[in-house]
Design a protein around this ligand. Structure first.
Ligand SMILES: Nc1ncnc2c1ncn2[C@@H]1O[C@H](COP(=O)(O)OP(=O)(O)OP(=O)(O)O)[C@@H](O)[C@H]1O
Ligand SMILES: [Mg+2]
Length: 231
């Protein structure tokens, strides 16, 4: 379970502060697939990087699986990122001089209880790509590799920042299908930040951010399967 209480974040100097997250509070149940919507600049990535232990908060509390992030020291925060968390970036961030298989294994190495890389690659539909380098695969395949790397450590929380933003329709559909399958199979809690309203229809919880505030929190009563999602 993820609980966020009165989270604040601002950037800038004392005289020129930009208040990016303003008193955010919400809870996500374990195993839930959540969607984070909001216009550009509303604070989605900021929230995800704080939740991911990459960026610090100014005020408030984030509790993930009974652990309060604000109370972790540097070493503990590193362990949180390594063991509990999978992060999928819009532009993949693969390591160019490692093969697809090696990229996924960098995720598995971080875990005491990793998924089997070959099984995962089969789930991802990239079993025949493992020996290739990132420059030799398509964008949709690269995004699947980055999801594979994030999932290989079997994280309890998978954070996806615009996972389909750089993809064509077919590849985006495939990636959504995959995220849905991983959420169901491994009960991983997933948060997807996106501009694409259609993605919300397959999510259990829909969060809307506006100018750093939570505009709405909706439990989706009519969840569509990834296959049914169209735009
Ligand atoms: N490191 C930083 N330093 C200063 N300002 C920042 C920093 N990171 C983000 N911001 C500002 O915080 C606000 C929220 O940015 P954020 O990236 O969280 O938005 P977003 O909702 O993810 O937008 P997008 O949909 O375009 O990705 C923006 O006004 C941005 O300029
Ligand atoms: Mg963003």
């Amino acid at each position: 379970m993820i609980t966020i209480n009165h989270l604040h974040k601002s950037y800038g100097t004392k005289n020129q502060r930009l208040h990016v997250l303003k008193d955010l509070s919400f809870t996500l149940p374990e195993g839930c697939l959540a969607c984070l919507l909001g216009p550009s600049g509303s604070g989605k990535s900021t929230l995800l990087t704080i939740l991911g232990g990459i960026e610090t908060m100014d005020e408030g509390e984030i509790i993930v699986d009974n652990t309060s992030l604000a109370h972790l020291n540097k070493k503990e925060l590193e362990l949180y990122r390594r063991k509990k968390l999978g992060f999928v970036f819009q532009f993949y961030n693969l390591v160019d001089n490692l093969t697809v298989g090696e990229n996924i294994r960098t995720g598995a190495y971080l875990s005491d209880d990793p998924l089997n890389v070959e099984d995962l690659a089969a789930d991802l539909g990239i079993a025949d790509q493992l020996r290739k380098f990132p420059s030799e695969i398509s964008g949709g395949q690269a995004q699947r590799v980055s999801i594979g790397r994030a999932m290989a450590k079997k994280p309890s929380l998978l954070i996806c920042d615009e996972p389909t933003g750089a993809l064509d329709y077919e590849s985006a559909e495939a990636v959504l299908h995959l995220i849905e399958a991983l959420n169901r199979k491994y009960k991983t809690t997933v948060i997807i930040a996106t501009h694409n309203e259609a993605i919300a229809s397959m999510c259990h919880v829909i969060l809307r951010l506006h100018d750093g505030s939570l505009k709405s929190y909706e439990e989706n009563k009519h969840i569509l399967s990834a296959e049914e999602v169209q735009w």
